[in-house]
Design a protein around this ligand. Structure first.
Ligand SMILES: Cc1ncc(COP(=O)(O)O)c(C=O)c1O
Length: 285
């Protein structure tokens, strides 16, 4: 999560209950204890009480908040932890994009998967990132900002990026995002899709194959594509590069709907638009 400073100096965070519930689900999957939601939110308040001065005020800056837990006991072996430590760390974050939001190219990994059926893909846990690093390095080697993973069973259906969810916009304004038990349920994605529904647009959460993506884009049916997550909010995807094909082109411009949903969400987070869904929680009062 992030803490955002509003124009009047107050400090707010975005959907902490949803983050707390996701941490509970992640902990349950890892046989770790589930931290009560009110303790989670209180820990953020206590951090801000001490370190609130670290929340920057320049445009699009924030204080990253990272609640985490790990087994902490003198034991060598494999079993659920008896003793667990919970911490929150924080670090100021600058504007993700300097000089305007820039569309990125992403690399389709056909060699590696980040998660398997029945595995920990839906949990926010370090191992998922460890298993994505080599594929991410290949993305960089191919001039791409992030790696795109397919499902590990058939190697056919779109899952997510190493650290962001994916959304495709069809020419009738329908937004389509992958449904899968092995991806992280992003809170940014959920919020963006809610804002799209508020505008009367149709949202589909369904399986989408990389072939459908490629063919629908080639036919002009898919008109915009973007990635979303807490760090960059919404990042337009210019192209998907694979070993033997490319969807879109690296110099493609950001989509209009993509950019306007991004603007609306950041305006809510920074208190510039009314918070009609009750997504914000004040941390400094
Ligand atoms: C693997 C993965 N998917 C998706 C997301 C997006 O989640 P959120 O929007 O809650 O930040 C993240 C980022 O935290 C992530 O690490």
């Amino acid at each position: 999560m992030k803490a955002y400073r509003h124009a009047d100096g107050s400090i707010w965070t975005f959907r902490p209950e949803a983050n707390a519930r996701r941490m509970q689900r992640s902990a349950a999957r890892l046989a770790l204890p589930e931290l009560p939601i009110d303790h989670f939110i209180e820990s953020l308040r206590q951090l801000i009480a001490v370190d609130g001065d670290w929340v920057p005020s320049a445009p699009e800056t924030s204080l990253y908040l990272r609640p985490y837990m790990f087994a902490k006991e003198a034991f060598l072996g494999v079993r659920p932890a008896h003793k667990v430590a919970y911490y929150v760390i924080a670090s100021p974050a600058g504007a993700y994009f300097h000089g305007g939001v820039a569309p990125v190219s992403i690399w389709l990994s056909t060699e590696y998967a980040r998660a398997g059926r029945g595995g920990t893909g839906a949990a926010k846990t370090g191992g998922n990132y460890a298993s994505s690093l080599l594929a991410q390095a290949q993305a960089s080697d191919n001039g791409c900002a992030q790696v795109l993973f397919l499902d590990s069973v058939e190697g056919k259906y779109v899952e997510e990026l190493g650290g962001m969810n994916v959304v495709l916009v069809y020419k009738d304004g329908t937004l389509v995002t992958p449904e899968s038990e092995s991806i992280l349920e992003g809170i940014t994605r959920d919020s963006i899709l809610q804002l799209a529904e508020d505008r009367g647009l149709t949202v589909q959460r369904r399986r989408i194959s990389i072939d459908e993506w490629r063919d629908a884009h080639a036919a002009g049916e898919i008109t915009e594509m973007f990635a979303c997550g807490t760090a960059a909010v919404v990042t337009p995807i210019a192209s998907v590069k694979a070993a033997d094909f490319e969807i879109g082109s690296a110099d493609a411009a950001a989509g209009e709907l993509t950019m306007s949903l991004r603007q609306e969400l950041t305006d809510i987070q920074y208190g510039r638009l009314p918070d009609k869904h009750g997504w914000l929680t004040r941390l400094d009062a």
